[in-house]
Ligand binder design. Sequence first.
Ligand code: 6R9
Length: 649
Amino acid sequence: MALTEQERNEYKQKITNIANSFQSKKANDHLRSRTEEAEGRLEFWQERASTLSWFQKWDQVLEWSYPDARWFVNGKLNASYNCLDRHLDSWKKNKPALIFEGEKGDHKVYTYKELHAEVNKFANVLKSRGVHKGEIVTIYMPMIPEAIIAMLACARLGAPHNVVFGGFSPEALRERINDTKSRFLITCDGAYRRGNLLRVKENVCAALKEADSVEKVFIVKRANIDIEIIGGRDIWYHEAMEEAGEDCPPEIMDSEDMLFVLYTSGSTGKPKGIVHTTGGYLTGASTTLEYVFNMKQDDVYWCTADVGWITGHSYLVYGPLLNGATIVMYEGAPDYPSKDRYWEIVQKHGVTILYTAPTAIRTFMKWGVSYLEKWDLSSLRILGTVGEPINPEAWNWFHKNIGGGRCPIMDTWWQTETGMIMISPLPGTNLKPGSCVAPFPGIKAEIVDKSGQPVAPGEKGFIVITEPWPSMLRTIYNDHERFKQTYWNTIPGVYYAGDGAKYDEDGYFWVLGRVDDVINVSGHRIGTAEVENILIEHPVVAEAACIGKNHEIKGQAIVAFVTLREGVCPDSDLVELAEELKKHIVLRIGAIARPEDIYLTKELPKTRSGKIIRRILRDIAEGRMIGDTTTLDDGFNLEEVMKNILVSS
Ligand code: 6R9
């Protein structure tokens, strides 16, 4: 049911016209007078869905029973078929789908035909070992092509994937395996990062000690190191692939069947398994990639996100492959072997679209422009950012030095939960550095106060989405009640994103950051409660409170305030103790959660009702004068808190 090339072009023109009118300079005026667009919105998404290949067409575009949505009801399709097979009967068969750049400089190219063959083979491997439709498969991998192959092989079989970021600790991996009760795990022997060897399989073995559900572990040989192989459980990927056939028919999936679960931090201790389904998710990911980046057939597109995050799912894997694009995937760190590695890659592969994070841009800024001089960046035509607010200085630096003053920057606001870009300019929109401009066509987002009323320009409010969208999360795995409470109950009737924002006088959106207890470190979400719970488990810790302080490069950094238990050896070296607590967190969550500072203190500032006042902790952490203290507990003496800080590291 795919459209012909001509239909597609005509249609594209039509949608571009709609998009441009949505994104007029007075974006907000438009937003407010958009009620009549409800029908247009469904029509828009329906037309977009028909650019995918369906085995059976849907009966209804949307079935909405607040807050439960079903998109493209009774439609049948397969994600891996859409990403691969449908490109094979055109010239795209021999087009590079994936250009992999290893940290050591090794590189490998897969055409669509080759990627299709690998995915089919691995799907057959999984199938012959018992993976079937509906079975959740956990993937714990570094940034290597097999991570993408594994995801698509799962999708081919209708087995939802549960990708766990390769930098997470064994404990974080175990938690995600146990929540999904995965019987299958795909991983590798080791990985490289900044030239160092990471012993991935050792982490896996540690995780599996208390994760009984896992029956089979598939291991990709990346680092070629000696590892322990457990007979009957561990299977070498390359050995299994040798005997696998290249033809594995795609499973026919319902539009609402689960495509994947991906865990993200929330304001309580337990990470939430965000569930995405098939038809709506693919429609959203493919449409936004095509429009936001104005994707053309000869583009070389590089998204620097790790497959372990939603940006990796939607814009490294699904979005680009659905569009038949050529993807660049880089294994390693931006400063290895030297600080110009990204620019070398841009020149080497002629990258035309670069999608990255503000934290990376601020790091490049700090390193200085001398690292750019050697490289020709003239192939670039569009830039994108995601993950956190971008400050105007970083925006201008990116625009001038990387984009040569000619590439528009798409500042894209969205979340694991939204599945796709929700608020963003389109190429051609008038840009303002630091603003993500306006909702994407077909999306109804607003900034409202606590009671759900739109705020006036300049006033702070909360981002809400007022109409369902195709790639919206369907539930939290195993916890539908929490899904309803977290997202749909804070401001009844609408999806509550947990972000603060304001409009300017032209109606442009300016995102201010999280308003809940989630810290955004270098674009990664970390729940304060998650870190606090782990600190409290340490034998010296009585109480712990974490906050995010502003950080020049990372956007926010974690600062932990800890009171010690009575009787902790009075002679302990407190600086060393603080270091030990940092290590404890790294071990239990992963390096991304390492606190920047730890304050060991005798007490924490609390309200009369005993709630820790994080605002004061933030003041202390950022070295500011302490603000209003009228709500403090009566017997509480702030000077004492300050004096009682035993050590800060
Ligand atoms: C895609 C992704 C989501 C949170 C979100 C917000 C922040 C993302 C942003 C942005 C300002 C942008 N965020 N994009 N803030 N401007 N362009 O990052 O998903 O990891 O779930 O994080 O990231 O605070 O709520 P996720």
